[in-house]
Design a protein around this ligand. Structure first.
Ligand code: MLT
Length: 233
């Protein structure tokens, strides 16, 4: 039977073997949530890049350039990393070059995996259903905040593990802790996450509305994945 493991922050990545496994990259606030909104709004491809300059070069080739650092859109970019940048916007057929503080870095760090999926609360059930069908080891990879643990990504790892607990073997303490954390928070995810450090950061930036949006569960039936250097459906 396949296993489920959770990497709580990128700093712990060296302790795990990604080869042959499905890695679900998680950055609830907000990269993986915003990427799901983008695909639902008609984006055909996201290209995760490490540096903002790379996104600007791709803008010359017709990409939309989206860049965020420390929770804020970078000056001179069409988009930042808010789900509202992608909501109710006509993005049909558009391609987006995106760089964020944590989420895009995690995608690049996952290169050894058999496949790399985008996980957010917005597409939670779709990701769980996909993983069930694959019958392959799954690693929930939390983007955290600059290599530190964060609550929101770990909550998602716990939620995903609970949906897969009858299909995969769970012996990983990080996963067991994540499941208990989700149990504690699940009746009011938005309320629980308001104490998180990133939520506090958003309050200071006046973008707390992003939190409630990103904590909605299973509103999109999509599973974006890495194909080559891009994210596609
Ligand atoms: C990220 O997506 O890397 C971070 O969560 C930053 C953010 O969107 O606020």
């Amino acid at each position: 039977m396949a296993n489920f493991e959770t990497i709580l922050t990128p700093a712990l990545l060296p302790q795990y073997d990604l080869k042959g496994k499905t890695v679900v990259v998680i950055d609830i606030l907000r990269a993986t949530s915003s990427i799901c909104v983008g695909f639902n709004s008609g984006v055909t491809l996201f290209r995760p890049v490490a540096h903002p300059e790379q996104a600007l070069v791709l803008e010359e080739d017709g990409f939309i350039a989206a860049a965020e650092r420390n929770g804020q859109k970078l000056e001179g970019f069409s988009m930042g990393n808010s789900p509202f940048d992608y909501l109710n916007t006509d993005l049909n057929g558009k391609q987006v070059a995106i760089t964020t503080t944590n989420g895009t870095r995690c995608l690049h760090l996952s290169y050894e995996a058999a496949e790399i999926l985008i996980g957010s609360f917005l597409n939670l059930q779709a990701v769980a259903d996909y993983c069930k069908k694959q019958n392959r080891d799954v690693i929930a990879f939390c983007a955290g905040w600059k290599d530190k643990f964060n609550l929101e990504d770990t909550l998602f790892a716990g939620a995903l593990a609970q949906l897969l607990q009858n299909d995969l073997v769970i012996e990983c303490d990080s996963t067991l802790a994540a499941m208990d954390l989700f149990d504690k928070a699940k009746t009011d995810l938005s309320g629980y996450i308001k104490k998180a450090s990133h939520a506090q950061r958003f309050e200071r930036l006046g973008i707390e509305k992003d939190i409630d949006f990103c904590m909605q569960q299973s509103i999109y039936n999509i599973v974006p994945r890495i194909v080559g250097e891009d994210l596609k459906l």
